[in-house]
Design a protein around this ligand. Sequence first.
Ligand code: ATP
Ligand code: MG
Length: 231
Amino acid sequence: MNSILKTENLHKEYLLETGPIEILKGIDIEFNRRELVCIMGPSGSGKSTLLGILGTLDIPTCGQVYLEGQELTNLSEADLSSCRANKIGFVFQSFNLISTMNAMENVMLPLFGLKGVRRGDIRNRAAKLLELVGMGERFKHLPSQLSGGQQQRVALARALVNTPAIVIADEPTGNLDEETGKTIIDLICSLRDDLDMCFIIATHDPSVARRADRVIHLRDGLITNIEMIKG
Ligand SMILES: Nc1ncnc2c1ncn2[C@@H]1O[C@H](COP(=O)(O)OP(=O)(O)OP(=O)(O)O)[C@@H](O)[C@H]1O
Ligand SMILES: [Mg+2]
């Protein structure tokens, strides 16, 4: 089966003092293995809200999310957190590396506390991934000793260290210049192909969206268009 993540009639509502506001108004979408999907839409259209729910960081007001066939909305907080730790990788606009830890330590971090990973394997896996993202020479650099593009490479390695089923990235090139952003997307495309991975990326950048397999356009909490991009 190629499908990896699926939503049905996803709604998200916030209760404000002035009354409820609906942010997501019924999202039905399916994501596949070995796919790069971009989510585009004006600021406030609900991209980050959707990514938060897809990544189990947030829960929908109603509707379902299925990850590898498993319904997530009924899981306990502990099961959700274990699902997140095992199956999902995250990349953020501002890299979110721990400033007091070097590149290697940042990448190893998600594996501490994961059941079934032998301690000796943690360093090996982190080292392999840092090599893979082109950071083999900089294991011991602190984030402050790395450029933005290099920090995002380390963040990508960190997102991959638990061999996730999907990687969710919220404007991963938003803080990078065009050329550096392109190298990050090049890397994501090769990881998609080599690791059979699904990347879901929110972006405002049309040059990023052009590299996607599909672009989902969101407006006011609804999908307005799904664009298939020819490679
Ligand atoms: N915790 C919250 N409480 C109330 N409203 C919220 C909350 N989180 C988000 N919103 C609202 O939800 C809407 C969608 O926000 P979201 O962050 O998903 O937009 P976005 O498409 O990611 O925008 P951007 O492109 O600026 O990142 C916004 O109007 C925002 O004010
Ligand atoms: Mg956002």
